[in-house]
Design a protein around this ligand. Structure first.
Ligand SMILES: NC(=O)c1ccc[n+]([C@@H]2O[C@H](COP(=O)([O-])OP(=O)(O)OC[C@H]3O[C@@H](n4cnc5c(N)ncnc54)[C@H](O)[C@@H]3O)[C@@H](O)[C@H]2O)c1
Length: 358
């Protein structure tokens, strides 16, 4: 695209992540024109459209066939991600799709194949990597401040998505297996399954997990059909092993903390609200960095994801948070689910299956 030209954007969904992040951030980007939104709940689409001067699409097809749209944001329930992403890529649009990128590895592979065939950009909304403490940690790890990485523990838990989703309450799609595929593990665990390989420079290759539903109940007062807690042990290709936990039952206080242990010391991310990166060396030296907060549901910070997507389109660059990395994060979640079901350590299938026809 020429740099003088604005990127014209359409939205699949007018839900919370679009309201709080994508539409808000893109509306402040001078290189973007917000054109159209589709949501089956028309009132939601109308409200967002009025706020940003967009048109409401009468159907998915109306948005897909609109020649004045260059790029779409897919931010629907998880079950719709693959279908809409592939349709948009085939219609010649660039796509920013939310996480988890799909509900099966086959669908995720088909999304990657569709992006390749269309020569359009496919980016997945894995926003953890752009958070200030994680960017600082990556730079410090590259300098080798804590030596050789040995192990880690990473946690992402809050009180649950039913107060965040626009389907506010126990009827939310996040609680339905057919719409979400997985619960806390797909909503929160997948973020850390993406972040840790990016931070530590190695893919997860094996997983063992206990994945349970302990507390959350749906509108019929039945335990929900997806998990609300997951405790996982993971091994990387470089031999590093560690723990990942995801939870929707940390009701009193959100926990979004990662600790990385190396041969020379350890690094704590997101524990101290004032010093979001802390480095403690075995020789007693301590360094604390004030770099900005990790985003939480209740304390939103600019994600930078939509702006990066637009830059990749304008500069014709492969998005750094691409389909393959999104696939591997999903594959880690899938391996954890398989491990919990089989009570065995399971391999992470990091190579997407071949797709016959994109
Ligand atoms: N990156 C992040 O940190 C982050 C944070 C929250 C949510 N998410 C992801 O974003 C996606 C949406 O989550 P949310 O919190 O906005 O949910 P939400 O419940 O607030 O909104 C979902 C919206 O999708 C609409 N929808 C359903 N089917 C649709 C279709 N076929 N076309 C268009 N719209 C459709 C619903 O009517 C609803 O308005 C999920 O995949 C979720 O995992 C990512």
């Amino acid at each position: 695209m020429s740099v003088e030209q604005k990127v014209r954007v359409g939205f699949f969904a007018a839900g919370s992540i679009v309201i709080y992040r994508h539409a808000l951030e893109l509306s402040q980007n001078p290189d973007v024109e917000l054109v159209m939104v589709y949501d089956p709940l028309r009132e939601r689409a109308k409200s967002l459209a009025e706020q940003y001067g967009m048109k409401v699409a009468a159907s998915e097809k109306a948005l897909l066939s609109n020649k004045n749209i260059d790029a779409v944001i897919v931010a629907t329930p998880n079950s719709e991600h693959a279908r809409l992403t592939i349709a948009a890529l085939k219609a010649g649009k660039h796509v920013l799709c939310e996480k988890p990128m799909a509900t099966t590895l086959e669908d995720a592979a088909a999304m990657i194949a569709a992006a390749k065939a269309s020569k359009k950009k496919l980016m997945i909304g894995h926003n953890q990597c752009l958070m200030a403490p994680h960017l600082k940690a990556k730079a410090l790890l590259k300098e080798g401040v804590i030596g050789e990485i040995l192990t880690f523990r990473s946690s992402f838990g809050h009180g649950g998505p039913e107060t965040w989703s626009q389907d506010n309450g126990p009827h939310t799609w996040f609680f339905k297996k057919e719409k979400a595929y997985v619960g806390s593990m797909g909503d929160l665990g997948v973020h850390k399954a993406y972040l840790l390989p990016w931070l530590l420079g190695s893919d997860f290759v094996e997983a063992g997990a206990f994945v349970d539903t302990k507390l959350k109940r749906d509108e019929n007062n039945k335990l929900i059909s997806v998990d609300d807690n997951a405790v996982c042990i993971l091994k990387m290709a470089n031999g590093v092993t560690g723990q990942l936990t995801a939870s929707w039952t940390y009701g009193a206080k959100e926990d979004n903390v990662t600790v990385i242990y190396g041969s020379k010391g350890q690094m704590i991310l997101g524990a101290d609200p004032n010093y979001q990166v802390e480095v403690m060396l075995n020789n007693g030296e301590v360094a604390r960095y004030k770099v900005g907060a990790v985003a939480t549901n209740t304390c939103q910070v600019k994600s930078g994801i939509p702006d990066l997507f637009i830059d990749c389109i304008l500069d014709d660059l492969e998005p750094p948070f691409d389909g393959l990395k999104g696939y591997k994060a999903l594959a880690t979640v899938v391996a954890c689910m398989e491990s919990a079901a089989s009570k065995k350590i399971c391999a992470v299938q990091n190579t997407p299956p071949k797709i016959k026809k994109a």
